[in-house]
Design a protein around this ligand. Structure first.
Ligand code: AHR
Length: 502
């Protein structure tokens, strides 16, 4: 048994949490859209063809924001293909995933579904094969009230009210050589700046996110961000970052420490934003949109160049273990600890494709192990992130060096005074005793403790066993004199809720 301590200090709050930190992502990829959120003829589909069993799980997951329609898909996508009568929509080759795109779901369909599940959209425009014109027309189609070609077409297509899309991505991963229409930093920077200008002329109320790096190991990381911001600083609000992690071989200790790497990535991107700000005398700050992040076993994916043209193929349907769930929970802790600069996060993706929700055609939908830390963090990780001081043992990992075995973040709900703590024990062999010093938050009286953990680190949920991995109550939180002690099981993600406080 190992020991750690953590003091919660409400005097200097880190930041309010932007609820959009708990966003997700729907891409036309594999079975995310077709037989994921949309499956006409499924017993649980509504009159518009969207699955209500999946929609129910999306609501339970708690995603205030959903990014759409890609991803790599968007970089060769003509959004006009997906509007109007379904029987007239063209079948196209999707170059990103070597699939057949039927266009049975498009802009209007997605946006109606998105509002129905209680989320706001984050729409990406194609800066690969298209550009400024297609982007400004799409903003006009979505947001202009009426009386112009594109807005009247939207009305004729069954959406009399504007969709009012506030948040837009200027392309996707344009730094990646795999991207259709890949560009140099300067080529992208100029295109993003001019496209942003035109989109803002159509609707000055929108927010825009420019592509940053596809991951931290990109050879252009840093330089890419600086070049984009040199050209587009005043025209954009966010810089986008993407990152995925996986376990290599049996090195679980390194995998369990990946959130440390994630934090360094975020810090480096913030430093680049602030460097350009200082150098050029800008007033506003550029914040981050980590609009693709997750665990993804990319080494198991054969690569898009090896795929055959297929309609609705089963692509990158990773099944997540309790270990993956603990890592996802730890990555969420990292996002929260950076809530002062990370305002948007999108768990990639939402259904079937590296997703917390799985569904079978004509069959059931269920929660993957990763669903649970995400849903509980989204539900309880609201309010203000507080400063914490932790003293924790460390251990050595092959890929990350020496890392603390404890990751934790504390938040206060300003209306109820409730304090919530998320904590991960990265040690897969030993439990961790955590002494909490809550004396600076007077009046906390009682608490709840639930944990995601399992004696088998490879335990997963399946259609046959959908609840093999679920949060388990460990109600061991007694607050006395502003102090409490809890036990974090080995390899566990933990939620502690402490009531009172006012
Ligand atoms: O989420 C899967 C893919 O990962 C996206 O299409 C792309 O943006 C990223 O490389």
């Amino acid at each position: 048994m190992r020991h750690a301590s953590l003091a919660v200090d409400p005097a200097v709050p880190v930041s309010e949490v932007d609820p959009r930190l708990y966003g997700s992502f729907v891409e036309h990829l594999g079975r995310c859209v077709y037989t994921g959120i949309y499956e006409p003829g499924h017993p649980r589909a509504d009159a518009t063809g969207f699955r209500q069993d999946v929609a129910g799980l999306v609501r339970e997951l708690g995603v205030p924001l959903v990014r759409y329609p890609g991803g790599n898909f968007v970089s060769a996508y003509d959004w006009e293909d997906g509007i109007g009568p379904r029987e007239q929509r063209p079948r196209r080759l999707d170059l990103a995933w070597r699939s057949i795109e039927t266009n049975q779901v498009g802009v209007d369909d997605f946006l109606h579904w998105c509002r129905a599940v209680g989320s706001a959209p984050m729409m990406a425009v194609n800066l690969g094969t298209r550009g400024l014109d297609a982007a400004r027309h799409l903003v006009e189609y979505c947001n202009h009230p009426a009386g112009t070609y594109w807005s009247d077409l939207r009305r004729a297509n069954g959406s009399p009210q504007p969709h009012d899309v506030r948040l837009w991505c200027l392309g996707n991963e344009m730094d990646g050589p795999w991207q259709i229409g890949h560009k140099t930093a300067y080529e992208y920077a100029r295109l993003a700046a001019e496209t942003a200008k035109a989109m803002r002329r159509v609707d000055p109320g929108i927010e825009l996110s420019a592509c940053g790096s596809s991951h931290q190991r990109m050879p252009t990381f840093g330089e890419w961000e600086a070049t984009v911001l040199e050209e587009a600083y005043d025209l954009v609000d966010y810089l986008s970052l993407h990152t995925y992690y996986e376990q290599f071989g049996d090195d679980r200790d390194s995998f369990l420490a990946r959130a440390v790497d994630f934090g360094h990535f975020i810090d480096a991107a913030v430093a680049t934003c602030d460097h350009v700000r200082a150098k050029n005398g800008h007033r506003k700050r550029i914040n981050l949109a980590v609009d693709e992040w997750n665990v993804w076993y990319q080494s198991r994916f054969a690569g898009e160049e090896n795929l055959d043209w297929a309609e609705t193929p089963r692509l990158i349907e990773d099944t997540y273990s309790v270990t993956d769930a603990v890592v996802v929970g730890d990555l969420l802790i990292t996002l929260l600890r950076h809530a002062d600069r990370v305002k948007i996060g999108c768990l990639a993706q939402l259904v079937n494709v590296i997703a917390p929700i799985r569904s079978e055609p004509g069959g059931p939908a269920w929660r993957q192990a990763t669903f649970h830390p995400f849903a509980l963090t989204s539900r309880h990780g609201r309010g203000t992130v507080l400063r914490t001081d932790a003293v924790a043992p460390t251990h050595e990992t092959a890929a990350q060096g020496e890392v603390p075995v404890l990751a934790a973040v504390a938040l206060r709900d300003d209306s109820s005074g409730e304090v919530t703590l998320f904590a991960v024990n990265r040690d897969q062999r030993q439990a961790l005793t955590l002494d909490l010093d809550l004396r600076a938050c007077p009046g906390l009286v009682a608490g709840r403790h639930v944990a995601v953990h399992d004696s088998d680190p490879e335990a997963v949920n399946t259609a046959a066993q959908p609840d093999r991995v679920t949060p388990r109550p460990l109600d061991d939180v007694e607050v006395s004199g502003g102090r409490a002690t809890v036990l974090l099981p080995p390899l566990s993600w933990n939620l502690l809720r402490l009531a009172g406080g006012h």
